[in-house]
Design a protein around this ligand. Sequence first.
Ligand code: AMP
Ligand code: MG
Length: 398
Amino acid sequence: MITVQEAIDIITSRVKDFGTEKIPLDKAMGRILQEDLVADRDFPPYHRVTMDGIAINYEGYEQGLRQFSIEGVAPAGAAKMTLQSSKGCFEVMTGSILPENTDTVIRYEDLLLKDGVASIEVPHVKKAQNVHFKGEDRLRGSVVVRKGRRLSAAEIGVAATIGKSMIEVSKNPSATIISTGDELVEIDEQPLPHQIRRSNVHRLQATLSALGLPTETHHLKDDMEEILRELNEYIKRFDVLVLSGGVSKGKFDFLPEALNKLGVKKLFHKIKQRPGKPFWFGEAPNGTLVFALPGNPVSSFLCTHRYVIPWLEQSLGLPVLQAPTAILQRDYHFRPDLTYFLQVRVSYDVKGRILATPVEGHGSGDLANLVDADAFLQLPRGRDDFHAGEPFPLFFYR
Ligand code: AMP
Ligand code: MG
């Protein structure tokens, strides 16, 4: 049995590079950017009017003019127009290009428009007001987003504005999620009294899909022959297998033996932790990685968030960020010589510090309790008593 840190180190040693691919921008949300996003034009690309109103040449105003005859209208989308006289003005709209010979915009709310003349009705007009100047935000050729970042809506907006209809992102590994167990039925079935629905694979699939990795799911009966036959095929077909169940000490927990028979090298089995102790991790001769998670829903959930996701994120090119710490809100006692991942509800105090209130539940089978909690607080091995007010690393799953 190894420690949490040893498990992390072993998994990190198997971080892989799956290359890059170009995909449509509309499919890129959540993916990891693998090209710098460079401004193809200045941001904004022209002197952009930011208020509906009139554009004037400030010189006229400085010389005392407060009434300007309207020379024309410049809607957004119209090519640049030219003001002929500093006694004149153009009606302009938000998003229109500032007419030549103008430099200042006065909004309609501060004007009276009558008989083709705009009169200023406010005491002060500032030169260059209400104009978003060309290149003020970013210059053409500058890198607006560096590669290596997860695409959020903010980056998608920038990519769209520079015309990236196709975008280069990290290629996903091909992955599949496989449940094991004769007690499991499909979620649209009515289970018999001794059966349950295979919730783990749906939860896993949702987790990976939210990270931009679509997966299929499969199921294996607790039958050695079937497991050997099918796993062999999955190993050939996928870069990553995420298995659920069948790795503990039970009579029908065939996976460790089956994986061994198939030549998958065991990198570890069992971590000094609760929940999730029976986690098995290995690598097939062709490089396929096997994350064989325990079947208990909370164990499987913890292992997904503490081990599978960090592996995936690093393989896609994201850095590992240090977990934030949260302050335990009441004394907690945990005796076994294991790292304990305590389920906690998260809140914040007036100073913005993260607070962690234990929400214990009924152990690793209590998946409903995950709904009441927000995160796991990692309580270290080697001690039994944890005190209110102490900070510990927090693994947020929402
Ligand atoms: P195992 O690791 O196969 O011994 O399973 C441990 C516990 O987790 C058992 O109570 C199983 O019924 C349950 N379990 C296994 N797989 C799943 C699954 N896909 N969804 C929900 N519960 C599961
Ligand atoms: Mg089982």
